[in-house]
Ligand binder design. Structure first.
Ligand code: IFM
Length: 455
């Protein structure tokens, strides 16, 4: 059984994650171009109380303090994203020296602090100039993304080994292009299907572009997941759960990348909306990622519902414990997602690239006491390590998030950080959950018993 003396324990990454638009602030500083979230959040009625990422956590200026904080917490890795229009204000073509210098310095500082940087290329901040050309609905997006990936790889590939192309492409497709509650605020199912398809093409193009810059890089993709259980053992509910899982979770992206086809449960549905000649594209997408990033927050029971578009409905469970997002707390779901992904796709390496919870936090004299978040992290980490013991090749865990930040349409009204941000002063205060996570992460153990042993 892996224990503190397990030679692999040291290689396991215990980290925290953030995303550029959510923390940096100053989106137009020093020659950067606008992105879709800048335009969306500045459009009245789109975000909680009109909140924007204009200042966010001011990480653009406070990054040295934030790197020092991570070092104090004993983290071995940091997952952050590059803001595409900071490097390429128009999305393609002319690059911006100040944007390049920002990420260059950040990576050097992380390495000096012995923190491994993991870079996400796309965490939802598409350059506005590219949205005006159709954004991800335009097939050319794959080429635009590859150009950006090559530039980023040229800049940082000598120091950053692990790269994530896309963060949660299903959220981009559904929240941004079907429900319209995220940027760019579109509601069109044909566009949604194209956005799924073109992000896959973009992932493959970026994968190749990064490898062409530096052959030794490990390139993966990060996918969103909600664990799904059938409400009953009856066949219609079981089928409904399979449909929900294929649509919302890793299969929609790993099936094409592993087997060169869309998940069988979804093919008929998608065919109605996909661009012509999609079959040839999808066959050519067969290029398994070097690692898979899985994000997990919540789990649900679903039942058959003939009236709903996809044939399933979420079972209402008023008594279930929830986070401040209203998401049901189901630690066993992270184990379910990890083992399901392993069983079907056998990825070479897996990272939990996001896991965490929003709760209502208050800054008091003695710090920020958030026992519910500590309990959430402890329970989920225990399940991750259980999956690892059972053979899932999990190589790291990243708490979402390092800092409280701009939670998209919910603005600053939801706090996910293990570090509290006092927004008026920008003071950072490590929450009790952050102190707990640090005490655990510092042990560099992968023994699940150690989770319980940590005070
Ligand atoms: O804040 C987001 C993050 O940007 C993507 N994954 C889910 C988080 C919580 O909603």
């Amino acid at each position: 059984m892996p224990g503190p003396t397990d030679p692999q324990a040291d290689a396991f990454l215990w980290g925290a994650a953030t995303a550029a638009y959510q923390i940096e602030g100053h989106p137009l500083a020093d020659g950067a171009g606008a992105c879709i979230w800048h335009e969306f959040s500045h459009t009245p009625g789109t975000t909680y109380r009109g909140h924007t990422g204009d200042l966010a956590t001011d990480h653009y200026h406070r990054w040295p303090e934030d790197v020092a904080l991570m070092r104090e917490l004993g983290l071995s890795a940091y997952r952050f994203s590059i803001r595409w229009p900071r490097l390429l204000p128009e999305g393609v073509g002319r690059s911006n020296p100040a944007g390049l210098a920002f990420y260059d310095r950040l990576v050097d500082a992380l390495l000096a602090a012995e923190i491994e940087p993991l870079v996400t290329l796309y965490h939802w901040d598409l350059p506005s100039a590219l949205q005006y050309r159709g954004g991800w609905a335009n097939r050319d997006s794959a080429g635009w993304f590859a150009e950006y990936a090559a530039l980023a790889g040229r800049l940082l590939g000598d120091r950053v080994r692990r790269w994530i192309t896309l963060n949660e492409p299903m959220v981009v497709a559904v929240d941004g292009h079907l429900r319209g509650r995220h940027a760019p605020g579109i509601r069109n199912v044909f566009v949604t299907a194209r956005v799924i398809h073109h992000q896959l093409l973009g992932h493959v193009a970026a994968y190749r572009a990064l490898k062409a810059e530096h052959g030794g890089l490990a390139v993966g993709i990060t996918l969103s997941n909600t664990a799904v259980w059938p409400a009953t053992a009856a066949a219609p509910d079981v089928e409904a759960a399979e449909m929900a899982h294929a649509w919302r979770n890793f299969p929609l992206f790993l099936e094409p990348l592993t087997f060169g086809r869309y998940p069988p449960e979804l093919t008929e549905l998608l065919t109605a909306y996909l661009p012509d000649a999609w079959e040839a594209d999808v066959e050519a997408m067969r290029l398994p990622p070097d690692f898979v990033g899985l994000n997990y927050y919540s789990g649900e029971r679903v039942r058959h519902d003939a009236r709903s578009w996809l044939g399933f409905a979420v079972v209402q469970e008023p008594e279930a414990p929830r986070t401040a997002m209203g998401w049901m707390i189901r630690p066993e779901g992270i184990h379910r997602i990890l083992t399901q992904a392993h069983a079907r796709y056998r990825p070479r390496s897996v990272f939990v690239t996001e896991n965490g919870a929003a709760f209502v936090d208050r800054q008091g004299e003695g710090g920020v006491h958030d026992p519910a978040r500590t309990a959430y992290l402890r329970a989920h980490i225990r399940e991750v390590l259980r999956a690892r013991e059972e053979g899932v090749p999990v190589d790291g865990y990243f708490v979402w998030s390092l800092l409280d930040n701009f939670e998209w349409a919910r603005g600053y009204a939801r706090r996910f950080g293990i570090v509290y941000v006092n927004y008026p002063t920008q003071e950072r205060v490590v929450k009790d959950s952050g102190l707990w996570y640090a005490s655990f992460a510092r042990k560099r153990t992968v023994a699940k018993e150690a989770v319980d042993a940590t005070a």
